[in-house]
Design a protein around this ligand. Structure first.
Ligand code: PMP
Length: 349
C-alpha cells in the first residue's frame, strides 16, 4: 500500500527553474526574477523587525499591508487577501472551489504549469484548452468547459502575451464559476484587468511582489476581489500564511510605487533591446508584456543552446511541449547580463 493518496501517487510534482549551485557565479535568467534590488525603503523596514514582532503571531489579515495595497492601487482594503507568494493564493482558490469531475479547473494552454499541479493535488479534473494560433483566447471552449475556476494569466507565461480586457470581460460574463486573472507580470504590462473586479462578482485578480517589486525571496502575493468572493477563501487560508517580516517589508515596498515603476521601466527598455538583438541573430521573438521573452532559435536547436548557455554559466528556461516547440524563455536581466547572453549566443551560433 502506498503512503500517499492515489492523486499524489499519480501526479507529477511541479519542477521550478533550477537554482545555481552554491558558490558558483551564474547569470540567472530562468525564473523571471527582477535583476534590480528591492526598494531601499523595504530593506530599511527589515531593521524595524524587533524581538516582539518575532515573538508574537503576525496579523492573520495583514491589515497594514492591505492598507498599503489599497492606497497604491485604489481598491478598498477589505477587497484584498494575502498569500505566501501568489502561488499560495492560487492554492487557496483551488482548495476552496475545485473538486473532482463536477468542479473543474480550466485554463488555456500553454500557461503557468502550477495550475495543473495544484488541481492534480486537490484532486480536481482539469480542462486544458489550446490558445488560438496568435494566442487568441478560446472563449467559447473555455466557457463550454464549465470550470469552477478558470485561470487566465495575463500577461501569460511563457508566451508573454496579454489577454484583452474585452475578452476577459466576455469570459467573466459567460462562465458560471470564478475567473482568476493572474497578473504576476502586470508591472511590465500596458494595462491591468483590475476594473473587472468592480464589474463582476466572480472575478479575482492575483498579484505578486516577486516580480515588479524584486521580492521573490520574501514570498508575498495577494488577490483582489469583492468581499463576498473573498469570504470563502478566508475560510481556507492558513491563519498565519504570511509572516511578520513579509508584512513589514512588503508594506514598505508597496508604499514605494515610484521605485517599483522606475525599475519596471528599466526592464521594459532592456526588453525591447533584447528582442531587437535576438531578432538580429535570426531568432523569432514575439512581443512580450512580461519581464521575459520567448525566443525560438533559427536552427531548431533550443535544447542544445540551453545546455551550452548553462555550461557557460547562463541559466535560461527550455521548453519543448505542445504549443511551445523548441523555445527558450529568457528573463530580462540588466543590460550587462543581457549583453553577456547575447555574446554567448553569438559564439554558440
Ligand atoms: N503566476 C505566474 C504566471 C507566474 O509565472 C508566477 C511565478 N513563477 C507566479 C504566479 C507565482 O509567483 P509568486 O508565487 O512568486 O508570487
Amino acid at each position: 500500500m502506498s503512503y500517499f493518496r492515489p492523486a499524489i501517487d499519480a501526479m507529477t510534482g511541479y519542477v521550478p527553474g533550477e537554482q545555481p549551485k552554491s558558490g558558483i557565479k551564474v547569470i540567472k535568467l530562468n525564473t523571471n526574477e527582477n535583476p534590480y534590488p528591492p526598494s531601499p525603503k523595504a530593506i530599511a523596514a527589515l531593521q524595524t523587525i524587533d524581538s516582539d514582532s518575532l515573538r508574537r503571531y503576525p496579523d492573520p489579515f495583514a491589515h497594514e499591508f492591505c492598507q498599503a495595497v489599497s492606497e497604491a492601487i485604489g481598491v478598498p482594503k477589505d477587497w484584498v487577501i494575502v498569500g505566501n507568494g501568489s502561488d499560495d493564493v492560487l492554492n487557496i482558490l483551488i482548495r476552496a472551489c475545485a473538486e473532482g469531475r463536477d468542479r473543474k479547473v480550466v485554463y488555456p494552454m500553454p500557461t503557468y504549469v502550477l495550475y495543473r499541479t495544484l488541481a492534480a493535488m486537490q484532486p480536481s479534473e482539469t480542462v486544458e484548452v489550446p490558445y488560438g494560433e496568435n494566442f487568441e483566447l478560446p472563449i467559447e471552449q473555455l466557457v463550454a468547459a464549465n470550470g469552477a475556476v478558470t485561470f487566465i494569466a495575463s500577461p501569460n507565461s511563457p508566451s508573454g502575451h496579454s489577454v484583452s480586457l474585452e475578452d476577459l470581460r466576455k469570459l467573466a460574463q459567460q462562465v458560471s464559476g470564478i475567473v482568476a486573472i493572474d497578473e504576476a507580470y502586470v508591472d511590465f504590462a500596458e494595462y491591468s484587468a483590475l476594473p473587472l473586479v468592480q464589474e463582476f462578482d466572480n472575478v479575482i485578480v492575483l498579484r505578486t511582489l516577486s516580480k515588479g517589486y524584486s521580492l521573490a525571496g520574501l514570498r508575498l502575493g495577494f488577490g483582489i476581489a469583492n468581499p463576498k468572493l473573498l469570504s470563502g477563501l478566508f475560510k481556507v487560508k492558513d491563519s498565519y500564511n504570511i509572516d511578520a517580516v513579509a508584512i513589514a517589508v512588503g508594506t514598505a515596498a508597496m508604499r514605494d510605487q515610484e521605485y517599483k515603476n522606475a525599475n519596471a521601466n528599466k526592464v521594459k527598455t532592456s526588453r525591447s533591446r533584447l528582442i531587437h538583438d535576438l531578432k538580429n541573430i535570426g531568432y523569432t521573438v514575439p512581443r512580450s508584456y512580461g519581464n521575459f521573452v520567448l525566443a525560438t532559435p533559427p536552427k531548431g536547436n533550443a535544447e542544445e543552446i540551453y545546455l551550452k548557455l548553462k555550461e557557460s554559466g547562463i541559466l535560461v528556461r527550455y521548453f519543448n511541449q505542445a504549443g511551445l516547440a523548441d523555445k527558450l524563455r529568457i528573463t530580462v536581466g540588466t543590460d550587462e547580463q543581457n549583453q553577456a547572453l547575447y555574446d554567448q549566443l553569438t559564439l554558440i551560433g
